[in-house]
Write a protein that binds this ligand. Structure first.
Ligand SMILES: NC(=O)c1ccc[n+]([C@@H]2O[C@H](COP(=O)([O-])OP(=O)(O)OC[C@H]3O[C@@H](n4cnc5c(N)ncnc54)[C@H](OP(=O)(O)O)[C@@H]3O)[C@@H](O)[C@H]2O)c1
Length: 250
């Protein structure tokens, strides 16, 4: 990775920030797209460039063309994401649009915008979620947006066999994500014991990038359980409803 140039989103917090630290340690150059560049003031590395970009705003993404016109990009790591743990009717129109826009549609727009600057065999890393694979009561739009993201990445892998596409399907991670998803922190407190550590996961992601893996599914036990669930999903939903309704705010 020494000297390679990656564009990173979500680099100001949680998993994205952990990935940023790993990339710096590996000698890579990183351009972070951040809506709040101030959050990275403490990073003094000359390997890091921060560009102000609100990924909800189409024009901010399109304008990136001018920034990158003379810079080759070896990879894009899309770690920005948002979700609201609330019922379908509790989601406001703005929250729904925000969720799908950031988690799926603007990934696509960013890729299209940066495509002319990509190297011959770029790496595209998408931080997805295990929630893409099961019914998510009280987080339907988050799960649906991550299913869409997963399908886009899978199709991209086939359409662009010259790309290395890595999908990271992760279970809960101990990050500030939960403060926005459910400010009561009901879910975060209940499942604190099984949350993944962002730094550990970032190390696995860097290794998977180096070794050209196509998928990371963590934690492994959750991935296996979801495979079993998908044999007869309605049966499991009827008989173990609590497992699919655990994101309800209290
Ligand atoms: N945490 C979990 O339990 C969990 C589980 C499964 C999957 N994931 C996925 O993992 C990825 C990383 O999430 P995380 O846990 O690290 O969450 P996080 O700590 O909340 O970080 C989210 C990142 O996205 C950025 N972001 C949000 N809206 C943006 C916008 N409009 N423009 C630019 N950047 C924006 C945030 O920037 P600001 O710093 O400006 O807010 C932040 O850097 C997400 O895709 C998430 O869906 C998380």
């Amino acid at each position: 990775m020494i000297g390679k140039h990656y564009v990173l989103t979500g680099g100001t917090s949680g998993l994205g920030y952990a990935i940023l630290k790993q990339l710096i340690g590996k000698g890579a150059h990183v351009t972070v797209l951040a809506r709040n560049p101030n959050k990275l003031r403490q990073i003094s590395s000359n390997q890091v460039t921060v560009i102000k970009c609100d990924l909800q705003l189409k024009q901010n993404i399109v304008d990136l063309k001018t920034h990158f016109s003379n810079h080759k990009i070896d990879g894009i790591i899309y770690s920005s994401g948002v979700g609201y743990f609330k019922s379908i009717e509790e989601h406001s129109e703005e929250e729904m649009i925000e969720t799908y826009t950031l988690n799926a549609i603007h990934f696509n727009l960013l890729l299209s915008t940066l495509r002319p600057c990509l190297s011959q065999h770029p790496t595209i890393v998408g931080i997805g979620s295990q929630s893409a694979f099961l019914t998510q009561a009280h987080a339907a739009h988050y799960g649906a947006s991550k299913s869409a993201f997963n399908q886009i990445l899978n199709a991209l892998r086939i359409e662009h066999q010259d790309y290395h596409v890595l999908t990271v399907n992760t279970g809960p991670i101990a990050t500030p994500f939960h403060e926005k998803a459910d400010p009561t922190l009901n879910y975060a407190k209940k499942y604190q014991h099984m949350m993944l550590d962002a730094d550990d996961l970032a190390i696995k992601i860097i290794q998977a990038m180096i070794h050209h893996k196509k998928e990371i599914n963590e934690p492994k036990w959750m991935h296996i359980m979801l495979k079993v669930y998908n044999i007869a999903p309605r049966f499991f939903e009827n008989n173990f409803t609590f497992l699919f309704n655990n994101k309800k705010r209290e």
